[in-house]
Design a protein around this ligand. Structure first.
Ligand code: C2E
Ligand code: CA
Ligand code: CA
Length: 425
């Protein structure tokens, strides 16, 4: 098996495409470019020693190569991305090849005495139908690959012009972050965190909303990743903390006393060396005791935690607490999370959703609960929607709940009313 460094690289691919494009065109045959990117590659990297990753990728490359016709040209584009060119293909050849690559990638793979499960997302474009030159075919095949990722990964698609509009929306949103902050298009909603024992509100989680002038309300799951990618997350995150801390501080002054203000932060924010300092400054400005604040970091970003530990420690020294959000898959590492300085576990709503019927989810939730008890971590069950789920949670011994059953996220004045009325549902 060739090592990764022996594969043609990106520059070689460009040269190859130029050479076949400058040759006399065949009026019938098409040129197809396929771009393949592995799904969840970062998670996968955690399974291996760093030095094994190249060997693993070389094996992946071999699988792709074996799925292609003999006349194909293949290149490694860096990281977990590969390209295949079919220089004289029919549409059927391309479809068949794309399907074979995805299928073969999804087969369990033997690597260093273990079975590894991977999948890939593949996008392709045809010349002359979908592109006029080398630049456009690369751009469009990549766009199709990104589109497959967005649709849920593990599959393939041919480029279509409509995919471009989605990508344009992405660029437009990134472009609009600056004015959104200036023009007050962001606002916060608050969702109650409810004590099971007293059925009363003990905390508030701040959730960000973007009212876009053209696209209307944009869900945070769409724009937060773009803010992370573009670096705007630092500005936006500071705005969120300032706003939430001001609101909470005002509540306290009005006699609305809660134990906790939960604010979501992206690990990208913590990677800025002055994150702790600036956050503490915001708390000072808004006159909020840091002991009220709990910062939530989602479990999917937990592999980057070791890098940001000094920031976490600095904030913890001032009394700020930390919660791990959307928890549910890697519960074996709870001990590690405790060590990293977490105080609270938020069980992902996916587990609560099927808790009554799915015995596997019941086992997982119980294991998380037992581990958390031993490690003296607080637990919040998220996404409780029905009375049956509530009953189950109570019986299981979970002390705090967040979910539509108690209340959806609401605007600040509504939240204030809920607490004032000592809202019990
Ligand atoms: P999250 O932190 O897990 O927030 C909980 C999400 O679940 C919220 O979605 C909330 O509306 C929804 N939810 C609450 N109760 C229920 C329920 O009973 N059933 C169901 N199906 N859903 C429920 P939302 O507001 O769309 O936020 C989505 C995600 O966006 C958040 O997930 C969080 O990861 C992120 N996010 C929101 N605001 C911020 C922010 O200010 N900064 C950062 N970095 N991320 C944020
Ligand atoms: Ca959260
Ligand atoms: Ca969550």
């Amino acid at each position: 098996m060739p090592s990764l460094s022996q594969w043609p690289k990106r520059d070689d691919l460009y040269r190859y495409l130029d050479s076949i494009l400058s040759a006399s065109p065949d009026p019938v045959a098409l040129i197809a470019l396929l771009i393949i990117n592995l799904d969840n590659f970062r998670d996968l990297c955690e399974l291996f020693e760093y030095r094994d990753i190249e060997e693993f990728l070389a094996q992946v490359g071999q699988i792709i190569m074996n799925s292609c016709p003999d006349y194909s040209y293949m290149a490694w584009l860096g990281s977990d991305e590969f390209a295949v060119v079919l220089p004289k293909a029919t549409k059927e050849d391309v479809e068949r090849t794309a399907a074979a690559i995805c299928q073969n990638l999804a087969e369990p793979m033997a690597f260093h005495e273990r079975q590894v499960h991977i999948t890939g997302s593949l996008g392709y474009a045809l010349l002359p139908d979908d592109a006029k030159d080398r630049y456009e075919i690369i751009k469009n095949a990549t766009m199709a690959m990104n589109w497959v990722k967005k649709q849920g990964k593990n599959g393939y698609a041919r480029f279509e012009a409509a995919m471009g509009q989605q990508v344009n929306r992405k660029l437009k949103l990134i472009n609009d972050f600056g004015t959104a902050l200036e023009q007050g298009q962001f606002r916060l909603q608050y969702q109650p965190q409810v004590s099971v024992a007293s059925r009363s509100i003990v905390g508030a989680e701040a959730l960000l909303r973007w009212q876009h002038p053209e696209f209307n309300l944009i869900p945070p799951l769409e724009f937060i990743p773009l803010a992370e990618e573009s670096g705007y997350i630092h500005h936006i995150g500071e705005w969120v903390l300032y706003q939430a801390a001001s609101d909470f501080s005002a509540w306290l002054q009005k006699g609305i006393i809660l134990e906790r203000l939960a604010v979501n932060v992206s690990i990208v924010q913590l990677q800025k060396p002055d994150f702790a300092k600036r956050s503490l400054h915001i708390l000072e400005e808004t006159h909020l005791d840091p002991a009220y604040l709990e910062l939530e970091i989602t479990e999917s970003q937990s592999m980057d935690l070791p890098k940001v530990r000094p920031q976490i420690e600095q904030l913890r020294n001032h009394g700020v607490r930390f919660a791990i959000d959307d928890f549910g898959t890697g519960f074996a590492s709870l001990n590690h999370l405790r060590y990293m300085g977490f105080d609270t576990i938020k069980i992902d709503k996916a587990y609560i959703h099927n808790i009554l019927t799915n015995s596997r989810d019941q086992v997982i939730v119980n294991s998380i609960l037992n581990m958390a008890k031993m490690l003296r971590l607080g637990i919040i069950a998220e996404g409780v929607e029905t009375d049956d789920q509530w009953q189950y949670i109570v019986q299981a011994g979970i002390k705090e709940v967040q979910g539509y059953y108690c209340s959806p996220p609401v605007d600040q004045p509504v939240f204030e009313e809920l607490v004032r009325k000592e809202f019990c549902f």
